[in-house]
Design a protein around this ligand. Sequence first.
Ligand SMILES: Cc1cc2nc3c(=O)[nH]c(=O)nc-3n(C[C@H](O)[C@H](O)[C@H](O)COP(=O)(O)OP(=O)(O)OC[C@H]3O[C@@H](n4cnc5c(N)ncnc54)[C@H](O)[C@@H]3O)c2cc1C
Length: 381
Amino acid sequence: MYDVIVVGAGPSGSAAARMCAEAGLRTLCIEEHGTIGHPVQCAGLLSIAAFSECRVSSRSILNTVAGARFIPSEGEPLVIDAGEPKAHVVDRCALDTEMAVAAAKAGTEFRLKTSVTSLKGNCAVTKGIGGREEIGFSILIAADGVRSSVARMLGLGRAGCFLGGLQAEVRCPVDPRLVEIHPHASPEFFGWVIPSGNGRARVGLCGEGDLRKRLADLLRSYDGGVLQLVSGALPLGVPNRTYGSRALIVGDAAGMVKPTSGGGIYTGVRAARHAAAVAADCCGKGSFRDSDLARYEKMWKEDFGRELSVGMALYRARRGLSPAEIDDIISALRDPDIVREIVEHGDMDRPAALVRRLGTNPRVIRAAGILLRGGLRAFIT
Ligand SMILES: Cc1cc2nc3c(=O)[nH]c(=O)nc-3n(C[C@H](O)[C@H](O)[C@H](O)COP(=O)(O)OP(=O)(O)OC[C@H]3O[C@@H](n4cnc5c(N)ncnc54)[C@H](O)[C@@H]3O)c2cc1C
């Protein structure tokens, strides 16, 4: 019998397991794969703040970037260069492994090559190398990713929508200090070129439809030989409830990916922190009613709920924009004062404050008007 069972050893699961073990809870983490961090389904771009939330050494860092170039369909890119480190590009497998090792060092037991197949009261039914088992828990933290079967078992619903993602790591010369954002590479989201060090770049996109063709088109300007292909899915939109029946759901399992960037590690690890605090509290009191667990949802919503809802509104507005309107927004933001404002106040994990700030700047009225039109169009259609 464990105090806590964590399902999934991705960043959200390992962070939750580590914090539960550090709080003195008897913790078991169950992972269906035999190796932590495989398969990689990520571009590995983490803001400095997101990386420090992971509480690991700098071993997994491959490169550090200072800003981004937004590429319109014609003309010069819009460059937002902070001139100082803004984000790390990491080896995701190394990051996940280090996070799991830290959880193990804190006292978490791990069971690899074992999956949770169903729940029976407060037992997780597992299938693994040891065959079928029933393992008891006081509280369960579901960190089983975008296809979360545990959230389904609990009847907690799914993310509002899903986007596919496809990425190739290629050898090609790019500016190692700046990420490239290609809004035209994928009309529902965007494409990216992320310099991953040693003359390599991660060229990818998320969206709907024929992603292979879109990636092939984007790769035309960068392809110096594909070294690795990555595919995955982004869950956007948190289900109505993220707790219930002695369980809390965190990270991709709860659709916590940021709809503006597709990043899910920051929110997943923050949610893990709140889940671990509530698990410790419930175990301390010996009370696991839904009313005790509800505090988890209150905590993550207070922390980053607004960021997800502002992000969702921007995502919807973006979907309603034509390619010409995207170019108009890029050109409207090309004002040096606005660029300065973005450099000073932009935060890829918490875009709401910048949106609020820019909303009061008369110079961005043209861009805001275009976005609003896109939002209305997406709402009507
Ligand atoms: C193309 C692409 C690019 C991305 N780029 C970025 C980026 O640059 N930066 C960023 O922050 N985010 C990025 N993301 C999102 C990021 O990868 C996820 O948000 C992040 O991995 C979520 O972590 P998690 O721990 O919640 O889930 P996961 O990392 O998916 O971990 C879930 C774990 O649960 C295990 N599991 C599943 N079911 C079971 C079961 N029944 N029993 C036991 N184990 C189970 C899985 O094997 C897996 O190890 C990207 C996503 C995609 C698709």
